[in-house]
Design a protein. Sequence first.
Length: 107
Amino acid sequence: MGGRTKSSRSDSSGKVYDAVRLIPPGKVATYGQIACMIGKPGRARMVGRIMSRTPAALRLPCHRVVNSQGRLAPGWDGQRSLLVAEGVLFRNNGLVDMRRCGWDLLL
DNA sequence: TTTATGACCTGAG
DNA sequence: ACTCAGGCCATAA
């Protein structure tokens, strides 16, 4: 292919979607974690942007993606209910209990 | 081009 | 608990 590769168009979106699909029910993953999984450490912000633009039709468990503090997505009413329904534990401050529900491959 | 904004992260005070 | 600063990157104006 000669010529400039147009690329740069959220090429990562497909991989992000795949990674999100792997998060087991009852657990949550952070944006930074997803970024690492797709081989782009430090790109947490990009993951967040992709999530915000993810079509609902894909039916991804995007409610299982939270920030490293365990805070839920702003302006999304219902994320909390979905997580609670799966057994995710919340602390009194309204944040997810990352120590128990953070998806760590170690354990 | 520069500036500002955003479902971010980590560290420091 | 909070704010700030520095780092990261895509988009919009």
